[in-house]
Ligand binder design. Sequence first.
Ligand code: COA
Length: 223
Amino acid sequence: MAPYTIRKYQDQDREVVMDMFIKGLLTHVPSAFFHLLKQPRSILLLLSVPGALFLGSGSLLLSLLALPGLLVFLWMAVRYPFNWYVDHALHTDMKDIRKSYLSDKGSCFWVAESEGQVVGTVCVCPVQQASRRQKCLELFHLSVSPEYRGQGIAQTLTQTVLQFAQDQGYDVVLVNALCFNYPAQRVYEKMGFWKSHEAFDSLKWRVIAIPFFYYEYSVPSSL
Ligand SMILES: CC(C)(COP(=O)(O)OP(=O)(O)OC[C@H]1O[C@@H](n2cnc3c(N)ncnc32)[C@H](O)[C@@H]1OP(=O)(O)O)[C@@H](O)C(=O)NCCC(=O)NCCS
């Protein structure tokens, strides 16, 4: 296991950081696809459309040919919210990482570096929730290069966030993870987060039946 250090983002990290962000997110598309395939609504679609075609046309070939078309349709449907998320981030917070995360002392962006290479990322920014009076920080873009996973780098990055939250006087750290992202869930739970609820982040995720798990961490008082 190569040693690594955690430091703040620098402008020369941008290309690697963006690559890690995009690949880290899109890596979930196959799991999301299989998750969707297991849903009753998908099974119903995959059975009913070929069935209706067979009953309507009497052609077994036609009904069998419909299957790959439906699978492609479901694959595209699953990809859509992931592509949307990447595109949205490229036009918002990830457009100018320094401006988004390093121009205010309440937010930050860190990278993990090993042998001169950026191998992990995480960032935080303050969030306001009308229902809460506490000072909340949200964790985003936790990602580790595939070759460096399983070495505790994500846990160290998360620990950096938790220390920052304490130093800056935050009360709560929030984060969410896809329902099937077991490594991320394991990291958050191991670091002391607890699952507050699960919900669909928006209609895009509801359509493909993928809820998010929402986690909270209560920052211990430094007094
Ligand atoms: C999630 C991610 C950041 C974890 O990075 P990492 O450096 O490998 O994480 P760590 O090594 O610190 O810890 C991973 C933990 O998950 C566990 N784990 C790995 N695969 C697992 C699985 N399929 N099911 C359950 N736990 C799993 C590991 O054993 C380890 O726990 P342990 O320390 O108790 O053994 C990394 O997988 C990643 O970049 N994924 C793509 C981007 C992503 O999903 N980011 C999270 C956004 S919410």
